[in-house]
Design a protein around this ligand. Structure first.
Ligand SMILES: [Zn+2]
Length: 248
C-alpha cells in the first residue's frame, strides 16, 4: 500500500473512533452538568435552611422580649389601680403608655421575621421540587450513559485496535502531521485535492476550498508516498481515483 492509501485507511478508523468517543463524552458530560446543577441547588437549599433558622431565632428573641415587657405592663397596671397619689398615677400612666408602644414595635418586628420565615419556606419548597426534577434528569442521563457504554465500548475497543495497526504503517513524521490535523479538525484530517479544471491546471483543497498551486497536484500524482498538506488548512491532501484519471 502507498503512504496515501495507508493514511486514508487510518483516517477511516480514526474518524469512526472519534465519533464514538464524542458520543460517550457528550453522554458523560451531560451527566456531569446535571450533577453540578443539582449540587448548586442543594447548596442553595442549605443556605435557605440556615436563613430560616436565623429568622426563627430572631423572632423567638423578639417574642421573649415582648413577653417581659408585657409582664412589666401588667405590674404597672396593678400599681395604677392601687395608686392614690395623682402625681404618681400620671407618672405610672406615662410609663405604661411608653411600654405599650415599645411592645407594639417589638411585636411588629416579630411579625416581620415570621413573614420572612414563610417566604424562605416557600422558596425552599420550590427548590426542593427543582432538586427532585434535576435528580430525575441526571438519573435518566446516567442510564443513557450506561447504555452508550455498553453499545459503544466494545466497538470502540476494536476501532482503537484497528487504529493502532493502521497508525503503525505510517512513518512518524507523517503521523504527526495527521494527528495534529485530526485533533484540530475533530477527525477530519484529510482533504481531497479537487481538479476544478484539469486542463488549466486549476486545483483546490476539497475542504477549505483554497486554490492550490499545480505543483501540489504534480507531487501527489507522481509520488503517492509523500504526504502533501494543504498550505491553508494543513489537512493532508489525497487524490480520488477520478482526479487522478482526469490528471493523466
Ligand atoms: Zn485546505
Amino acid at each position: 500500500m502507498t503512504l496515501i492509501a495507508d493514511l486514508v485507511s487510518l483516517h477511516q478508523v480514526d474518524s469512526q473512533a472519534r465519533a464514538l468517543r464524542t458520543r460517550l463524552e457528550s453522554a458523560s458530560h451531560f451527566v456531569e452538568v446535571q450533577e453540578r446543577q443539582r449540587t448548586q441547588l442543594r447548596c442553595r437549599l442549605e443556605e435557605l435552611r440556615s436563613q430560616s433558622r436565623q429568622y426563627q431565632a430572631t423572632a423567638a428573641n423578639h417574642e421573649a422580649e415582648s413577653g417581659s415587657v408585657k409582664a412589666r405592663i401588667e405590674s404597672l397596671r396593678t400599681q395604677l389601680n392601687t395608686s392614690t397619689n395623682p402625681k404618681q398615677y400620671a407618672a405610672v400612666l406615662n410609663e405604661l403608655k411608653l411600654l405599650q408602644s415599645k411592645r407594639d414595635q417589638i411585636d411588629e418586628l416579630t411579625l416581620s421575621q415570621l413573614n420572612k420565615v414563610e417566604e424562605v419556606q416557600a422558596k425552599f419548597a420550590e427548590l426542593e421540587r427543582q432538586v427532585l426534577e434535576r435528580t430525575k434528569v441526571r438519573d435518566g442521563g446516567q442510564a443513557e450513559l450506561e447504555t452508550c457504554r455498553g453499545e459503544v465500548g466494545l466497538r470502540l475497543g476494536e476501532l482503537e485496535q484497528e487504529r493502532s495497526v493502521a497508525a503503525a504503517r505510517v512513518p512518524q513524521h507523517d503521523l504527526e502531521i495527521f494527528n495534529s490535523a485530526a485533533d484540530r479538525y475533530d477527525g477530519e484530517a484529510m482533504a481531497e485535492l479537487v481538479a476544478v479544471d484539469a486542463k488549466r491546471r486549476e486545483y483546490v483543497c476539497g475542504v477549505c476550498n483554497m486554490e492550490l498551486p499545480p505543483e501540489k497536484y504534480a507531487t501527489l500524482a507522481s509520488n503517492p508516498n509523500v504526504s502533501v498538506p494543504c498550505p491553508s488548512c494543513h489537512r493532508i491532501l489525497f487524490l480520488s481515483e477520478v482526479t487522478t484519471a482526469v490528471g493523466r
